[in-house]
Design a protein around this ligand. Sequence first.
Ligand SMILES: Cc1ncc(COP(=O)(O)O)c(C=O)c1O
Length: 425
Amino acid sequence: MSNENREESLKTGTEKTAQPQGRTPEQAEHAPSQLQTPEEAAEALKDCHFDTKLIHFGAEIDPTTGASSVPIYQASTFHHFDIYDPPQYDYSRSGSPTRQALEDYISLLEGGAGGYAFASGMAAISAALMIFSAGDHLIVTEDVYGGTYRLLTTILSRMNIETTFVDMTDLEQVKAALRPNTKGVFMETPSNPTLKITDLGAVTAWAKEHDLLTLVDNTFMTPYYQRPIEQGVDIILHSATKFLGGHSDVLAGLAVARTPELAVQLKKLQNGLGTVLGPQDSWLLIRGMKTLGARMERSEASARKLAKWLSERDDIASVYYPGLSDHPGREIHEKQSAGYGAVVSFDVGSEERAKRLLNKVKLPLVAVSLGAVESILSYPPMMSHAAMPREVRLERGIGDGLLRFSVGLENIDDLIADLEQALID
Ligand SMILES: Cc1ncc(COP(=O)(O)O)c(C=O)c1O
């Protein structure tokens, strides 16, 4: 399908991608969901549980050969067999079959009208924010991911896109930030790294009254636990580098549009900016996503245990985890999410103590990132939030002693024993 046709069909909702081939009509009649078009597969799977969709998403079997995974189409361009009838894919920046399988997969999981895969989470976020124009104003959660903060304050600001950062746990602050030129609201919940909770439904309902576009960074929860499109959010963003990929071996970003119109806009931006995900990484991401449910369940059970253990210690200044009974916004979180996730942040009281602990732990990776099979311990002041001036960081509750623990699949008792020895001063 040519790009123009694809855009037209996105508008009308009749897009047909990854056409099944290599089987007779009789075989097609008995075909399982994976041998149907994405739309047919979505319809066939609509009553299935999310776990089933993670495995049977419509492209898990190659329709040509029956291979048990989507092929890696390592090609930059595609032959025109008939110049009057251009091929479905013509050039890999505009569309690639492997990337398409991933894009249909994330769209199905988030319940959107179209998904788009990018070279990183920041590439996805940058592309989505390019929907806005010079002179527009955005309202953004104040403890947004550090890279998004940098993009807004050092790059988009130069293009005359203004941002007001607010504490999004307080709807009144969001409302107060409205200006005549406000065009969008960017949310992240739970936020990084202090896991503050934004009421997605309340902010989105207010934003719609003012014709504002709503965007959510859903990296921490993933669609396994939280599907903001169900709350009416317009664009969902992911650093798929994290839980979706899940193995610390792929850098990727995903964007999902709620409506076909927004899908057309995102598609144009993806093609125009050219920051697409390659076929190898698209395949790797699909492979990682198949085990998302199993990984999230296991890591979350361990994260709950870790948060409880930390909160019972008197040498820990504070613990941030939505599953703790006293976590601010817990009730709102429970309304909009099916789980608490696998990230626990805690403050050990000082920079010296945090650094000592980082040098003493033996099991977790001490690294920038999260959401992998191995536990990852980060130090936000020097890592994810290094771009944020110290006074701004402190104002936003990210203290010098704050550590962020992304719980992996190790035995939790081993992780706790390791932390215990590292906490001895
Ligand atoms: C919440 C969140 N959003 C976006 C990003 C950026 O993603 P990437 O590193 O894949 O560009 C990150 C990275 O840590 C993140 O944690």
